[in-house]
Design a protein around this ligand. Sequence first.
Ligand code: G3P
Ligand code: CA
Length: 275
Amino acid sequence: MTHARRQRIQVVAHRGASEDAPEHTLAAYKKAIEDGADALECDVRLTADGHLVCVHDRRVNRTSNGRGAVSALELSDLAALDFGSWKNRDAWRGRDEEPDWEHRPEDPADTSVLTLERLLELVADAGRPVELAIETKHPTRWAGQVEERLLLLLKRFGLDAPRTPEESPVRIMSFSARSLHRVRVASPTLPTVSLMQFVTPRLRDGRLPEGVGIAGPSIRLVRNHPVYVERLKRAGHQVHVWTVNEPEDVDLCVDLGIDAIITNRPREVLRRLGR
Ligand code: G3P
Ligand code: CA
């Protein structure tokens, strides 16, 4: 399955506008929408009681005031934690000036744990089209449950079975070919993105796992091996690159005809693109 090239580069907010606000919080996603991002990226994990939450790390230690693995905690445990204050500490570190973001949420829900369901509601209420790039984390541990829950949730929002991949406002990304395969079997028209950070024999040939339409290389891979981007594009695949934060990397993506830029700084990237 391949995808036609996009008309213009899509700007995707990585974990929300995560340079300005704490990653994977409503605050970060609201900011990304305000900034004009075309799409939002999020990582999803399953809690011990089967809820999909937007958390990058296996444990909550880095991004909250709690400790422990997401998979060992229930949603109510996570809901008691603060996912915002760490950013304040981080933003102040080594700086004399006031950081852009301070932990002063008007609504504590803006910095509490974010469920994928709440993020889907936010997107539905955005008032303009906003796409969603959902990454499955550690899908092997759950033997298909992550994808199963994900598709059930998308179904509730009418997003699980688009008529064609091109029309879908949601796509599923993963480093795991197995996870993408599960998604494709259950929902063949939902677009999938194969994330990659190393050169593999398959990439050398400009190929992706069977049925996957979109390549998701790291910016480092693209910088070091632009030739593979050309090969992928020649084979009809879209290329979505992460995590592109520097102006010169944005320019490289433009030169290479990249389809989507995944960035912590959507506002700056949009400006660089003249939008
Ligand atoms: O968008 C893909 C990118 O997010 C993959 O890396 O570690 O930020 O999830 P990571
Ligand atoms: Ca991710």
